[in-house]
Design a protein around this ligand. Sequence first.
Ligand code: PEP
Length: 254
Amino acid sequence: MRKPIIAANWKLNKGPSDTEDFIKSFESRMSDLPKGVDIVIAPPFVSLPKATELLAQSKVRVSAQNMSEQDHGAYTGEVSAFMLKEIFVNYVILGHSERRSIYGETDAIINAKILKAHDVELKPIFCIGETLQEREDGKLEEVLRTQITEGLKNVSEKQMLDTVIAYEPVWAIGTGVTASPQQAQDAHEFCRSVITDLYGVSVSEKVRIQYGGSVKPDNASELLGQKDIDGALVGGASLEAASFAELIRNGVVD
Ligand code: PEP
């Protein structure tokens, strides 16, 4: 039985003081939430120290939204895996479609970042997903297989068990259009079959695959009720503590 994991991707929202407000409001709702779920928030870099400090005694874990594949040196504007570790960050989102499409991150760069994260025991939330054009052209499986295989090159079996996959169809991110539960389940089942090809069934049965793309409190239950969907990566609906808490309550049954 895989433990669901629900993560809040705040993107370019919430500096340290908004982060503090959110955490206080969210923590006041925690007693009403199901217990059998891992909850993660991913604020922008400048808000990570505030988040890890306020959540030091909490079950809520903290994720970065990106990091460099480099350790140090002349890489202006970058943040390393070691730096994230030093401020007690637990997870890092890698390969988000906005990083791929706006900042030109390739499968090779994402692979280097995933390996670097594992070097310091940061858990990657590894995002994959097809564009609408790719889906309409019948390339869904080819795109997912390539992204998974290239992104996970040289990732060991043990590291794979500490990797979360986030299947996020690009056409569903921030658009209000959600994949139907069946479309999402089919894609998740396919992703798990690729992990089986790479690592065998005993690993693939344990790897958690989140769905992301316009998950809201009112569709969380149906999506997370699918056999191969092990949680959600949530953008818009994670910005308000009340909505994020409701989404978790609706999506997870203890
Ligand atoms: C995301 O940014 O990963 C995401 C899924 O966003 P939204 O929930 O707003 O579609």
